[in-house]
Design a protein around this ligand. Structure first.
Ligand SMILES: Cc1cc2nc3c(=O)[nH]c(=O)nc-3n(C[C@H](O)[C@H](O)[C@H](O)COP(=O)(O)OP(=O)(O)OC[C@H]3O[C@@H](n4cnc5c(N)ncnc54)[C@H](O)[C@@H]3O)c2cc1C
Length: 503
């Protein structure tokens, strides 16, 4: 079942999926409104949707130009849709209501640029907007999407798909458990039943958890801070939590959490300048960038890369890519494979010339070397999945640190092999050998075929003692992982690289 779901989710980028989810909720509310199944007037929903979208789009366009930042159209629409779903819809006749929606839309967009440190915003834009409308205009969010039982199936099914795509079940589960446990702890035992049914049926808890808590740029990326963030927001989210006479609202709980997320791992956006492009294999190129300041990351981690595209396709203008360079290298290297029909993002990347810039943010990922240098490892790469291993091996060479590692590298044909220089140097200087599995036209010394159980047994006789790292296409990662589990390797000893959005 999960495999089927992943296959469905794979071609959809993370931002696109959230966008579809929010549109589905709004469309469902609109249709149910016609039949009076939800209390909101469909004309008001339609009017508010057009108004919020237009104001968000125009104000973001202005801020993006003033701050000279490539605008992400998907982000604008996501924030706009969230505002539509949590602020009561209004009609054109309601002048005050129209003013509130305009102010909220402008404030959401402004917050991304004004409350930003090193080019990265601190707070969830939609949460800032509704906190301000409550404070300054006495018009709090109604969170109407959460209080409508008929919308629950759409909220739940779409939300679970989003959480699966993001791999953030830990975040959502800890938040919900803490919020519900705190609500119960602050209620009288006789009210427990009511508290539980309120939480699930008529509070925004699910919508908030699936869409707002998961916002990638304002939540911690490392597992432990992420769980603390979830627990903190969950605790403050519970309705009876207060400091003196001050009661938290969902948006205030989230803003406090955003501050914690920043303190737990200050991040920033980098504007990287292209120095040169190198061909790494027949179908792959390395883009080598200069960074204005040192990029702190661990070998094997990835970045979110954003390009200003005039005509983005339906995959948007940002991608997650591993940093192929090592932390000690002076430049930042992005290794990319090109296909016959490349996306608009990759076409724009291919057209970059030295001096052009790209925006990178959000270093993340735990596909990194274990802290214990004595741990015996096996790296299994498929195609361009070699990039995190290039980073790790370059790092070990730079530190002159020999570790017990065997590399299996699978490619379609011999000229698809990338980073032979680093792999050869790792062999010569650290004794880390690489076995090449070549599906078509294998040369002497190469294993003819794909990486399979037979090759693993032959090349890594002590495979039971090793921790396996697998990086490559989803299909390759799953087939190797299955083979390893079949050979008796415990799941805990297999690490796979995961990209939140398909590259
Ligand atoms: C799972 C998921 C959940 C989401 N949940 C939410 C949500 O709850 N609420 C919401 O509002 N949106 C949400 N979004 C949408 C989107 O991710 C957010 O709006 C996001 O915060 C916008 O980030 P961005 O980098 O795309 O910003 P853009 O729209 O591209 O804005 C420009 C970026 O430039 C930065 N910047 C500012 N000043 C400078 C400068 N001087 N130099 C360089 N850069 C600068 C800004 O901080 C901002 O990050 C969600 C998206 C996903 C995928």
């Amino acid at each position: 079942m999960t495999r089927w779901i992943d296959r469905f989710l794979d071609p959809i980028t993370m931002y696109r999926l959230v966008l579809y989810y929010l549109v589905a909720m709004l469309a469902a509310a609109f249709m149910l409104g016609f039949f009076k199944i939800v209390p909101h007037d469909p004309t008001a929903i339609a009017f508010s949707a057009v108004l919020i979208t237009a104001v968000c789009w125009i104000s973001n366009e202005i801020f993006a130009r003033v701050f000279k930042v490539p605008a992400n159209s998907e982000s604008i629409y996501i924030t706009a849709l969230i505002l539509m779903l949590i602020l009561n819809p209004v009609t054109a006749a309601d002048a005050k209501g129209v003013g509130v929606l305009i102010a909220a839309s402008v404030w959401a967009m402004a917050s991304k640029y004004i409350f930003a440190v090193r080019g990265q915003h601190l707070f969830n834009p939609a949460a800032v907007a509704v906190a301000l409308t409550a404070l300054l205009l006495d018009h709090p969010a109604s969170w109407w999407v959460g209080g409508n039982l008929p919308l629950l199936p759409v909220v739940l099914i779409g939300g679970l798909l989003v959480v699966r795509k993001l791999r953030r079940f830990d975040l959502v589960a800890v938040f919900m458990l803490t919020a519900v446990a705190t609500s119960l702890a602050t209620a009288a035992p006789a009210d427990y039943g009511m508290v539980l049914s309120e939480a699930l049926k008529s509070s925004p808890i699910l919508f908030f958890a699936f869409v707002m808590l998961t916002e990638p740029l304002t939540a911690p990326t490392r597992p432990l801070p992420r769980l603390v963030f979830a627990a903190l927001v969950g605790f403050l989210f519970a309705p009876n939590v207060h400091i003196g006479s001050f009661y938290f609202t969902p948006e205030l709980a989230l803003l406090v959490g955003n501050l914690f997320a920043y303190a737990a791992g200050p991040r920033g956006r980098f504007v990287l300048t292209l120095e040169r492009i190198e061909r790494s294999a027949a179908d792959s190129y390395d883009f080598i960038f200069r960074s204005p300041r040192r990029l702190a990351f661990q070998a094997g981690q990835y970045l979110e890369w954003t390009l200003g595209l005039d005509h983005p396709d339906n995959r948007g203008n940002r991608r997650y890519f591993t940093v192929a360079s090592a932390p000690g290298e002076s430049s930042v290297r992005l290794g990319v494979k090109f296909y016959r029909q490349s996306s608009a993002f990759k076409r724009a990347l291919a057209l970059m010339s030295p001096g052009d810039t790209i925006h990178a943010a959000q270093v993340a990922g735990n596909f990194t070397l274990p802290a214990d240098p004595r741990a015996k490892l096996a790296f299994i790469a498929g195609g361009i999945g070699i990039t995190p291993f290039r980073s790790m091996l370059r790092e070990l060479i730079d530190r002159d640190e020999a570790r017990s590692i065997t590399v299996l590298y699978g490619v379609g044909q011999p000229d698809h092999i990338a980073y032979r220089d680093v792999l050869d140097e790792a062999q010569a200087r650290l004794g880390i050998s690489t076995v090449y599995a070549v599906a078509r036209g294998a040369e002497p010394g190469q294993y003819p075929g794909r990486i399979d159980e037979q090759l693993i047994r032959e090349a890594i006789p002590d495979y039971r003692e090793r921790i396996f790292y697998i990086s490559g296409s989803q299909a390759m990662v799953q087939s190797v992982r299955k083979a390893l589990i079949g050979m008796g390797i415990h799941r805990m000893r297999i690490k796979t690289d995961f990209f939140p959005g398909l590259a």
